[in-house]
Structure formats: structure tokens, C-alpha cells
Write a protein that binds this ligand. Structure first.
Ligand SMILES: *Cc1c(COP(=O)(O)O)cnc(C)c1O
Length: 379
């Protein structure tokens, strides 16, 4: 059996992406231009959104989304602590205060009940995450937010191609944000997207990502006559390049194949891990399907080894697992930041680990991981 190291994730990139990037370079137009526009159209279609606005990362997508909602100093935004730290940080960029809510144990996501528990008169928005690709119950969250008259932003960084009630995550979202970091399914190296059904909001997002300019560089270039741009408000430079978009277009066309493969590997993990006492794998929630961007297992008291020791044993066996989703409120960056008790968040972040799962993973690699887990389960 091969003793090679098994990484937690490998992006599925090949010759086609390399050629697309090369074509973009050779075209002479490398900044935001026609390929970004084409990627946006393809992305909106795939996610069932009216408009897609490409940006430099999901972090900047989150910042812009909160900015266009007018969130600012004195406001509170309800977020899960159980998320990559960018979710909470984006709230900080606006000057508002992230208020951490707990999550459901099986999905790792906000629920109407956990949001309601921390809502105050200063709450101006709810920022829900589709954690690790597991879709949040957006129908329940949207209904609750409508009742409270609060906008719901969806951090879908991990969840491209996940579904809720048969529809892609992002469908019907007020604002959803996406990541193309290589740890996610579709990658452009770095990159992000905001989707929305609102044409005016999309137009403002396009302006804000480009210094608040009323005419993009590409538009000015395409126009035969001089276009004197003006700067309508203070914006940002959050643009994506055409080189990235060229890669993204190829990646997006491979998405369905990626998801089929990841779901098959996740189902195989489930079959092989079933029956190991004290080890509980993440699965699809009742309301939708995951793309299995992350496949995590939660250890309970029956498991004879602690999470960190188990990670160490796996690493020694050449298997790169990862600690489960982090809890932002436990990080030094949030020391002293007030938070209600978050028992489920702390339990998931302390007792879960993410197992390797990538497109080109072999059954032999998966068997090696399962064998190591089974051995540890025997104590
Ligand atoms: C990865 C991730 C982000 C940040 O995405 P970038 O594109 O790297 O900025 C934000 N939120 C969640 C939930 C993520 O997993």
C-alpha cells in the first residue's frame, strides 16, 4: 500500500485551466474585463441568481454586502462564531459589532432559535453561513428574518452546488457571497462573488468594487468616444482579474462532476465509518443536500481518543486531517468580545475533525484513513 501523504484537499485543476489562463494573458487584457463578465453570467445561471458580481474574495464580498445594506457603527449583526473568521471580521470592517449566535448540532448552522436568542433592538442584519457546504435551512431563516424585518445575508463560501429543497444554495437569496479559494470546490486561486436578484443593488455592488466609478475601465475601453468617468461614492478596489475569471469559467463547467464525485466519496465514508462507536459523520440535512466541501466527523464521549490526539495519530500515519470548523469567539482577535454561552459551537469546534476529501482521491487512500480511525476506536 502506498505510504504517500494524503492531503485534506487538492483543487481539481488541469491543462484546460492552464490554457484558459494563458489565453487571457496572451489576449493583452488581464484586468477585470470580458472574461469576468462572462464568468458572472455563467455563475448567476448556475446559482439561480439574477445577478452575479465578481470580487477579489469572499471576505470582500461579505464586506460589500454589509456595506450596501448600510450596516455601520452602532449596529449589530448576528453571525455564527462557528465559521472561518472572515465571517465575523467582515462585520468589524463596517464598524458594526458581530453578535455571536450558537448553531444546530447536526448542521453546524444558525437556526431561527439560535438567532432569536441573541437578537436585540440594535440588530440590523443576520449573516448565516452554509458551513462546510451543509446548507442552512434558509426557508426557516428567511421566514424568521422577514418576521423580524431583518435582512439575511448568506455566506455561501463553501456551498456552491449545495441545494435546499432541490434549488441551488443562493437561489432566492437577498445577498449571497461565494469564495474561489483553493480550499473550496471551484477555485480561481483567490476570488469571490456576490449574487443578488436586485438589479439596482447589483449595479451599486459593481460600482463599489471599482472605486465607486460610474463607468468601468472595460466599458471606457470598448467605447469609441471618450468617456469621462465620475466617482459617485467612496468605493474599494475589490476587483477580480480576467486571468482568474478564465480559470473560473473552466472550473464552473466541472462543478457537477466535482459534486457527484464528492458525494460518492462521502457516501463511501459513511458506509465504512458506520458502526464505529463514538464517531458521528456529518450528513445531508432533511431540507437539502451538501456538496461535501468539508466532510467532518464529531467524536463523542465513547470515542477512546481525544480529537487532538487523533489528529496527531493521523498526521503520523501521513494523513492530513484538520481540526473542525473554528470558533471565532475563542480566538485572540476576539478576546474580551462579549458573547453568550455557545455550548454547541464549542463542542463542534473542540470535538470534530475534517477528513481528507478531494476529487482525485482513491478508494485505497480512503481505506487507509478509515483503517487508522478504526484502529484508534479500539483504544
Ligand atoms: C473560506 C471562507 C471565507 C473566506 O473566503 P475567502 O475567499 O478566502 O475570502 C468566508 N466564509 C467562510 C464560511 C469560508 O469558509
Amino acid at each position: 500500500m502506498s505510504a504517500g501523504r494524503i492531503p485534506v484537499m487538492i483543487p481539481w485543476l488541469g491543462e484546460e485551466e492552464a490554457r484558459a489562463a494563458s489565453d487571457a494573458v496572451l489576449s493583452g487584457w488581464v484586468a477585470q474585463g470580458p472574461r469576468v463578465a462572462e464568468f458572472e453570467r455563467a455563475f448567476a445561471e448556475r446559482t439561480g441568481a439574477g445577478h452575479a458580481v465578481a470580487v477579489s474574495s469572499c471576505t470582500t464580498a461579505l464586506h460589500l454586502s454589509l456595506h450596501v445594506l448600510g450596516i455601520g457603527p452602532g449596529d449589530e449583526v448576528v453571525v455564527p462564531s462557528l465559521s472561518f473568521i472572515a465571517t465575523a471580521n467582515a462585520v468589524r470592517y463596517t464598524g458594526a459589532r458581530p453578535v455571536f449566535a450558537d448553531v444546530g448540532l447536526t448542521t453546524g448552522n444558525l437556526t431561527p432559535e439560535t438567532v432569536d436568542a441573541v437578537r436585540t433592538p440594535r440588530t440590523r442584519a443576520v449573516l448565516a453561513v452554509h458551513q462546510g457546504g451543509v446548507p442552512a435551512d434558509v426557508h426557516a431563516l428567511r421566514a424568521a428574518c422577514a418576521e423580524w424585518d431583518l435582512p439575511l445575508v448568506e455566506d455561501a463560501a463553501c456551498a456552491i452546488g449545495s441545494t435546499v429543497g432541490g434549488k441551488p444554495v443562493g437561489h432566492g437569496a437577498l445577498l449571497a457571497t461565494w469564495s474561489f479559494h483553493p480550499r473550496k470546490l471551484v477555485t480561481t486561486g483567490e476570488g469571490g462573488m456576490v449574487t443578488t436578484d436586485d438589479a439596482d443593488r447589483a449595479a451599486r455592488l459593481r460600482r463599489l468594487r471599482e472605486h465607486g466609478m460610474n463607468a468601468s475601465a472595460a466599458e471606457r475601453h470598448a467605447s469609441g468616444t471618450p468617456v469621462l468617468e465620475s466617482y459617485l461614492e467612496v468605493g474599494f478596489n475589490y476587483r477580480m482579474t480576467d486571468i482568474q475569471a478564465a480559470v473560473g469559467l473552466v472550473q464552473l463547467a466541472k462543478l457537477d462532476t466535482m459534486i457527484t464525485r464528492r458525494r460518492a466519496l462521502a457516501a463511501r465514508y459513511d458506509r465504512l465509518l458506520r458502526g464505529i462507536p463514538g464517531l458521528c459523520p456529518v450528513g445531508d440535512p432533511a431540507h437539502g443536500q451538501s456538496n461535501f466541501q468539508s466532510y467532518w466527523v464529531l467524536l463523542d464521549a465513547d470515542f477512546p481518543v481525544g480529537r487532538d490526539d487523533l489528529l496527531g495519530t493521523l498526521a503520523a500515519a501521513g494523513i492530513s486531517a484538520r481540526r473542525g470548523i473554528m470558533a471565532a469567539h475563542l480566538e485572540p482577535a476576539y478576546a474580551g468580545h462579549p458573547a453568550v454561552p455557545l455550548p454547541v459551537t464549542e463542542r463542534i469546534s473542540r470535538d470534530s475533525l475534517i477528513l481528507p476529501l478531494f476529487h482525485t482521491m482513491t478508494e485505497a487512500q480512503q481505506d487507509r484513513i478509515v483503517a487508522t480511525l478504526r484502529e484508534q476506536a479500539r483504544g
